[in-house]
Each structure stands twice: as C-alpha cells, then as structure tokens.
Ligand binder design. Structure first.
Ligand code: UP5
Ligand code: MG
Length: 196
C-alpha cells in the first residue's frame, strides 16, 4: 500500500469510549471506510469454517488481544475488498492497534497511519455505557467481569501505543465524556486542523 494513495487513521480509546459511534458519523460525512478490528474478529469468529473461531471467542471473552497475524490479515483483506469493490481510499481503523508490536507490524507491512484519533474517557463513564449496552448488545464481553479485564488490558497494553504515537506528535485527543454530538463537533474541528 502506497501512503500517497491511501489515508489511514487509527481510532483508539478505552472500551466503550465511543469509537464505533463516532466512526459511524464520520463515515456518512467524510466517506471513510470504517473497519472495526473487533467487528472483523467477531465476524470471523462466527464464519462457518473459520479455523480461528474458538480462539477468537476465548480471547474476546477474556478481553485479551488476539494474535496480531489474524487481526492484521483480516484488516488487510477488508481494506483490499473496500478498495476493489467500493473504490475506498480512506480508512478508519477502529480499535487497532492495541499493542506496540501490532502498531509496528501494521505500519511497516501495510501502511503508516496519518494520525490517531484518541477518545479520552473515564472508566466510570465507560463502565456505565457498557453495562447499559450489555442489556441488548449480545456481546460476550459486555459483562462486569470481562469489562474489568478489558479496562486492565487497555491501560497496561494499549496505552503504550497511544503514548508512543503521542511522542511522535501523531495523536489527536478528543474529550469523549461529553454527549455524542459534542464529541463529534470536536472531532470535526480537530480533523480540519489536521487537513482532513
Ligand atoms: N455511547 C457512545 N458514545 C457516547 C457518548 N458520547 N455519550 C453517551 N453514550 C455514548 O459505544 C459504547 C456504548 O456507549 C454504546 O451503547 C453507545 O451508544 C454509547 P461504542 O461507540 O460502541 O464504543 P466503542 O469505543 O466502540 O466500544 P467497544 O466496546 O466497541 O470497544 P472495545 O475497544 O472494547 O471493543 P472492540 O470491539 O474494539 O474489541 C473487542 C475485543 O476484541 C477486545 O477486547 C479484544 O479481545 C479483541 N480485539 C483484539 O484482540 N485485537 C484488536 O485489534 C481489536 C480487538
Ligand atoms: Mg466498538
């Protein structure tokens, strides 16, 4: 992938920070292709004939990070399909990279990201949102035990990715505690500042 032809923005933030919600808004206004790594893993988990179904299921329930070879392959396939079938060249990669080795591998072997949109939210607020969503989401990890594990993995394993990008001046922070429309206004003005 040539960075002159494609724009990749990573979208990071804790579990329930609102990554998916904001990406959906950006898709309709900017024409991005939204690729949620978690959604791609859940689809692969449910795909008949997948050799990774059981493995993905247990990682997601435990809130731990699926081996990067699987996730990167799913992302690359989805990017390829979006380019061929929908002529998409702008991608929001949501919920990835969650670990430093994934960040390095993706930027080296696929394409460097332009920057990362980082949704900052308190655990208290994220917990409330996830428990609320859990009433209807059917997600195997929207329960208190899994949520606590997801929070810990986020702090210990995923925040180092944000910190490294930050040192490189490649993080755009957004206060994600506010109402969705307010968050989105911030997102739009910050994207504009960055020339998107
Ligand atoms: N909501 C959203 N914004 C709101 C706002 N501003 N005010 C009030 N409510 C708001 O939102 C969550 C809920 O909050 C919704 O009900 C929404 O209406 C409401 P959502 O937009 O879904 O938040 P999001 O940040 O997308 O939360 P999500 O639960 O998807 O985040 P996770 O990062 O935990 O989940 P993901 O699907 O990315 O990953 C799941 C698992 O997959 C991981 O734990 C891991 O096991 C695995 N995984 C990997 O192994 N590797 C990867 O690369 C990616 C995932
Ligand atoms: Mg999500």
């Amino acid at each position: 992938w040539d960075p002159k032809d494609v724009t990749v923005l990573f979208v990071l933030g804790g579990p329930g920070a609102g990554k998916g919600t904001q990406c959906a808004k950006l898709v309709s206004d900017y024409g991005f292709k939204h690729l949620s790594a978690g959604d791609l893993l859940r689809e692969e988990q449910d795909r008949a004939g997948s050799q990774f179904g059981d493995l993905i299921k247990s990682y997601i329930k435990e809130g731990t990070i699926v081996p990067m070879e699987i996730t990167i392959k799913l992302l690359e396939n989805a990017m390829q399909a979006a380019r061929e079938k929908e002529n998409k060249h702008m991608f929001l990669i949501d919920g990835f990279p969650r670990k430093l080795d994934q960040a390095h591998a993706f930027e080296r072997s696929v394409v460097p990201s332009k920057f990362t949109l980082f949704f900052e939210c308190t655990e208290e607020v994220m917990l409330e949102r996830l428990l609320d969503r859990g009433k209807t989401s059917g997600r195997a990890d929207d329960n208190i035990e899994s949520i606590k594990k997801r929070f810990r993995v986020f702090v210990e394993t995923s925040m180092p990715v944000v910190n490294e990008f930050e040192e490189q001046g490649r993080v755009v922070r957004v206060d994600a505690v506010q109402a969705p429309e307010k968050v989105y206004q911030d997102v739009q003005s910050k994207l504009k500042e960055r020339g998107v």
